[in-house]
Design a protein around this ligand. Structure first.
Ligand SMILES: Cc1cc2nc3c(=O)[nH]c(=O)nc-3n(C[C@H](O)[C@H](O)[C@H](O)COP(=O)(O)OP(=O)(O)OC[C@H]3O[C@@H](n4cnc5c(N)ncnc54)[C@H](O)[C@@H]3O)c2cc1C
Length: 497
């Protein structure tokens, strides 16, 4: 990881390295600007971008005229080329919203109408039987489904990392473990002058607030309290790859006032995913899973796909949505102080919408702040970035060739996901600093044993590559050390054995 020395005077500072902060930073890096991202966590992604359904939504869920309805279909189209440019996993799978009975079928008609107004291509309502012809494990109770062929699923870790990494390749500075604690203003309070953080002050002419769950807190620092973020937790199960193909597409139950409903999905890495719940909570950081929550997920998903074998579950997790009480995104520049832009309330379909939001944010800065920053296209901008080669997906000849050239490619660290030492070393070289960070980059610990075998190896490699004691290595940053001490301390001088 490149850790720039603390310094000030950027054109633009982006708060938060989630999918919004990353896409915005990459968009800014197309211009001759000096930009930086401030991220409080030790790993990317950390907030909602880390734990979600990873779906690239078609764009029919939201009422025409809302910001969500405007950005989602555009983002969906942008991902079709972005995943190639930035080399993150993307499965074009399509989605079904499934109705059981006439009331829910009427809802499909409403969604079809929204989709047509929002410009979503290829939508069609099909019968339950037609659905079961395509997806034999679909429930016999389903009477109709809305098919959206443009929906897709991504690896959200890879996608989030890709935008930030490409922004960095194009000159954006990234400050990890840097929490924005205040804003700096001009003497008369009319302009933003930068941010205060736990690592000191950074000055800038523009500050973009993409702080997810904390975006209302940052907005209040700028004097805008027009929205409140309501943390809403969603719990999930992940199942072993061997049953990933129980479905091909992304299944949704009919949406309700609580959200888009429960999903059953075949992930970009071929696992089966079910969830999420929707529980409003006061604690913004609570990412626990609960027995009642998981029971709810299991019960709801069985209405879509019955007989999912519970004993094939490999883990559970939860993510926290940064829902605004208005239900829509909040993307605008403040009139006073000038130079401050909110990108807040980015709930689902925020992951899908992010690239389109990023383009709009840059437009907002260009249009409303020409006196603060000058946009000049940078001819040196490199749009492509390559992920760390995925050993698990390589043909045997390629594996053998790499292992001959570098023995670390022949050392398997994670047997479940076939991750080699070379991949772990490269992840560390590219910024991973914790066990969770390595997992986000190259997947050791995401398989059936959930790190039981590979975690000690990852700790060892992290310590070796970073030149620190294994006792210093953390699971996910400060306060999460993996090892507490040596089991066989050498005896103290004079002590008898
Ligand atoms: C359960 C669930 C399911 C979802 N499913 C989907 C889906 O299938 N498809 C879809 O399109 N969308 C989905 N979403 C929504 C999507 O995940 C979010 O809209 C998106 O990830 C928001 O990205 P973000 O960058 O705004 O926020 P985040 O990813 O939360 O990033 C904000 C970043 O700001 C950092 N930060 C916060 N405070 C500070 C501070 N003071 N200083 C510095 N850094 C700070 C955080 O650490 C974090 O890294 C889902 C969300 C959830 C929770």
């Amino acid at each position: 990881m490149h850790w720039p020395a603390v310094r000030g005077d950027y054109d633009v500072i982006v708060i938060g390295a989630g999918i919004c902060g990353g896409t915005i930073a990459r968009e800014l890096s197309k211009y001759k600007l000096t930009s930086a991202i401030m991220e409080r966590a030790s790993d990317i992604p950390y907030g909602s971008s880390r734990a979600n359904s990873s779906m690239i939504h078609g764009g029919f869920d939201d009422k025409p005229g809302t910001q969500k309805a405007m950005f989602c279909p555009v983002g969906n189209k942008m991902y079709r080329s972005l995943h190639e440019e930035l080399d993150f996993k993307y499965r074009s799978c399509g989605s079904y919203v499934c109705a059981i009975g006439s009331e829910e079928e009427r809802h499909l008609e409403t969604l079809l109408g929204y989709g047509k107004s929002n410009g979503v291509d290829g939508l069609a309502i099909i019968t339950g039987d037609a659905l079961r012809d395509r997806e034999p494990n679909a429930s016999g109770e389903i009477t109709a489904a809305l098919w959206s062929p443009t929906a897709a699923i991504v690896n959200n870790f890879e996608a989030s990392l890709a935008f930030v990494e490409n922004a960095r390749q194009n000159g954006v500075d990234l400050f990890m473990r840097t929490e924005v604690t205040g804003l700096l203003f001009s003497e008369d309070g009319s302009h933003i002058r930068g941010v205060s953080t736990n690592r000191g002050d950074f000055t800038s002419r523009v500050v973009i607030n993409a702080a997810g769950i904390n975006s209302d807190i940052i907005s209040r620092m700028a004097g805008d309290d027009s929205f409140i973020i309501q943390a809403t937790r969603g719990e999930y199960f992940i199942f072993d790859r061997s049953i990933g193909d129980m479905v091909n597409a992304f299944f949704f139950s009919c949406p309700s006032a609580k959200g888009k409903g429960v999903t059953v999905a075949h992930t970009a890495d071929d696992n089966l995913l079910i969830g999420p719940t929707s529980t409003v909570q006061t604690d913004r950081e609570n990412r626990n899973t609960t027995r009642p929550g998981l029971e709810e997920v299991f019960g709801m998903s069985a209405r879509l796909v019955p007989n999912i074998p519970r004993n094939m579950a490999i883990t559970t997790f939860s993510g926290v949505r940064a829902n605004s009480k208005s239900g829509d995104f909040h993307i605008y520049a403040l009139d006073r102080p000038r130079g401050f832009v909110n990108v807040a309330g980015i709930k689902s379909p925020g992951f899908t919408s992010a690239p389109a939001i990023a383009s709009r944010v840059v437009e907002i800065v260009k249009e409303s702040m020409p006196d603060l920053v000058k946009f000049e296209t940078d001819p040196k901008f490199v749009p492509e970035r390559r992920h760390i080669p995925r050993f698990a997906d390589m043909p045997m000849e390629e594996r053998e060739r790499l292992a001959r050239e570098d023995p670390q490619w022949g050392q398997i660290v994670c047997r479940c996901e076939s991750v080699t030492e070379a991949q772990v070393v490269e992840a560390i070289r590219r910024g991973a600093r914790t066990v969770a960070g390595v997992k986000l980059w190259v997947r050791p610990g995401t398989g059936r044993c959930q790190g039981g075998f590979c975690a000690p190896r990852v700790v060892e490699i992290l310590a070796r590559e970073l030149g620190v004691s294994p006792l210093e290595i953390t699971r996910h940053g400060d306060g999460s050390r993996v090892l507490t001490g040596r089991t066989k301390e050498p005896p103290l001088r004079g002590e008898s054995l």
